[in-house]
Design a protein around this ligand. Structure first.
Ligand code: ADP
Length: 421
C-alpha cells in the first residue's frame, strides 16, 4: 500500500541583527543559528532598513550606538513602515545607563536586552519576544522619554544639516577650483600655441618667397621659437598626465637606490640658467654624507623639481634658495627654504590640495619661472603624492605672506631610507 504524505518544510525564522561590531554579530549569529534561526546582519541603519525590507524578518535585534543613525532612530523609522509596525524590535546594547531602556522603548523598541549576551538565556529571551512579549512602559514615562527622543532627533538633524552644508560648501569650492583649473590650462596652452602659430606663419611666409634664398639664420630662429612653444606645451601636458596618475593612485614606481647627491646635481643644472637670469642664489647643500635611499629616482626628482620651481616662482629676483639634507635615525630630511613672499598660515594646509592656486588666477603670469609665474595648482599635490607613495611626508612652515618683508617659506620633506613594504 502506498501512503501519500505531504511533507511540510518549515521555513526557518528570519532575524535581522543591526550591529557594527563584528564580534557581537558573530556571537549572536552562532548562538541563534545553532537554534535554527536564519540570522541576517547589517552594519548600519541604512543597510539594516534595506535588508529589513528585502527579508522581512520576524524579529529585529538593534544595537543602539551605531554610526550615522543610532538604533533608536532606526527603530522610529522602521515603525513608520506599515510592515514593521508590530514586528518585535529588541534593543541589544552595552549602554544600560539610567533612562536608556525607557528611551529605547519610547522610540518604538519592544524590549531592551544588554550586552554581553548571556549565551544560555539569550535564545529563550528571543523566543519570548517572538511569542509576543513586550516590555511595559507607563504612559507618563513614555511621554517624558518621547519628548527627549524628539529633542535628540532634532539635535542630530541640526548637526547633520550643518555637516551637509559644510560638505556642500567644500564641493562648491572644489567645483570653482576645477573651473579655475580649466581656465588656467587653456591659458597655459594658448600662450605657447600663439607662439607656435606666429612662427609657423613666419615659416610659411619665408617659404613662399621660394625664389629668394631663405636665410638659414631666420629659419633657425623660427625653429627655435617653434621648439620653445612645443616644449612649453609638452610641459603643461606632462604635468596634467602626471597629476592624473598621482590622483588615481596609479604611480608606477620603480624602486632602486637613489643618490640624493646625484638627484640634486641634476636639479641644480635644471634650474641654474633661470636662477642666473633672475639673479637668484641657489645654495645646494652637500648631500654626499647622506645614505642612498630606496625610491624611484625619476619621480623623486620631479617632486623636488616642483618644490624648487615654486621657490623660484615665489621669490623675487636677487633672493636666496637653500636646499639642505640631514639624516634623522632611519629617515632623511630635506629642507627647501626660500626668501620669498611666504604663505599665509591659514592657507598652509590647503596648498597641497589639487587645483589649489593661491591668489587670483588672473594675476598669474604665464612665463613659468617668472616671479609669480603661472602654475596649474598641481605642483604640490603631485609632490605630496610622490613623497607619500614613498611612505614619506611633506610639511611647510611660513610666517605669513608679505610681499614687502619677504618672510620666506620652508618645506620639510621626510623620506624613509629603506622602503617600507
Ligand atoms: P602651482 O603649480 O600653481 O605653483 P602648487 O600646487 O605648486 O601650484 O602651489 C600651490 C600654491 O601654493 C601656489 O599657488 C602658491 O601660492 C603657493 N606656494 C607654493 N610654494 C610656495 C613658495 N615656495 N612660496 C610661496 N608660495 C608658495
Amino acid at each position: 500500500m502506498i501512503i501519500n504524505t505531504v511533507v511540510e518544510y518549515k521555513q526557518p525564522v528570519k532575524i535581522l541583527y543591526i550591529e557594527d561590531n563584528n564580534a557581537s554579530r558573530l556571537l549572536v549569529q552562532r548562538v541563534l543559528g545553532s537554534k535554527g534561526y536564519e540570522v541576517y546582519v547589517a552594519n548600519d541603519g541604512l543597510e539594516g532598513i534595506t535588508i529589513a525590507r528585502e527579508q522581512q524578518p520576524r524579529l529585529i535585534l538593534m544595537d543602539i550606538n551605531l554610526p550615522n543613525m543610532d538604533g533608536r532612530e532606526i527603530t522610529t523609522r522602521l515603525r513608520s513602515i506599515p510592515h514593521f509596525a508590530n514586528t518585535p524590535i529588541v534593543a541589544l546594547t552595552a549602554n544600560n545607563s539610567p533612562g536608556s531602556r525607557e528611551l529605547a522603548l519610547a522610540a518604538g523598541c519592544t524590549g531592551f536586552l544588554t550586552k554581553p549576551i548571556n549565551v544560555s538565556q539569550f535564545p529563550k529571551q528571543v523566543e519570548d519576544f517572538l511569542q509576543g512579549r513586550t516590555e511595559p512602559l507607563s504612559e507618563t514615562e513614555r511621554a517624558q522619554h518621547l519628548q527627549l527622543h524628539a529633542q535628540k532627533l532634532v539635535e542630530r538633524l541640526e548637526s547633520k544639516v550643518r555637516e551637509l552644508e559644510n560638505v556642500n560648501k567644500r564641493l562648491r569650492e572644489l567645483d570653482q577650483m576645477k573651473s579655475d583649473f580649466i581656465v588656467l590650462v587653456s591659458h597655459e596652452l594658448r600662450t605657447p600655441l600663439t607662439l607656435i602659430s606666429g612662427y609657423s606663419y613666419l615659416l610659411e611666409e619665408n617659404l613662399k618667397r621660394a625664389d629668394k634664398m631663405v636665410v638659414a639664420e631666420s629659419l633657425s630662429n623660427v625653429a627655435a621659437g617653434l621648439n620653445l612653444g612645443v616644449a612649453r606645451m609638452q610641459e603643461v601636458i606632462d604635468e596634467i598626465i602626471n597629476f592624473s596618475r598621482v590622483a588615481a593612485g596609479m604611480l608606477d614606481l620603480s624602486f632602486g637606490p637613489v643618490s640624493l647627491q646625484a638627484l640634486f646635481n641634476d636639479i641644480d643644472q635644471e634650474f641654474s640658467k633661470i636662477c642666473e637670469k633672475r639673479h637668484l642664489n641657489l645654495h645646494m647643500g652637500d648631500f654626499y654624507h647622506l645614505p642612498l635611499i630606496e625610491g624611484d629616482g625619476n619621480q623623486l626628482r620631479l617632486a623636488f623639481s616642483n618644490l624648487l620651481s615654486n621657490a623660484i616662482k615665489f621669490t623675487p629676483d636677487g633672493g636666496h634658495i637653500y636646499v639642505v639634507g640631514r639624516t634623522v635615525g632611519n629617515i632623511v630630511e630635506v629642507l627647501v627654504r626660500d626668501t620669498g613672499i611666504g604663505i599665509p598660515a591659514e592657507e598652509q594646509g590647503r596648498i597641497f590640495e589639487q587645483f589649489y592656486v593661491l591668489g587670483s588666477i588672473e594675476h598669474h603670469s604665464t612665463s613659468k619661472h617668472a616671479f609669480q609665474g603661472g602654475g596649474l595648482g598641481l605642483g604640490l599635490a603631485v609632490a605630496k603624492g610622490i613623497f607619500e607613495a614613498h611612505n614619506g611626508r611633506i610639511s611647510v612652515e611660513s610666517e605669513r605672506r608679505d610681499f614687502d618683508n619677504l618672510p620666506g617659506s620652508t618645506f620639510h620633506i621626510f623620506l624613509p631610507i629603506k622602503r617600507q613594504l
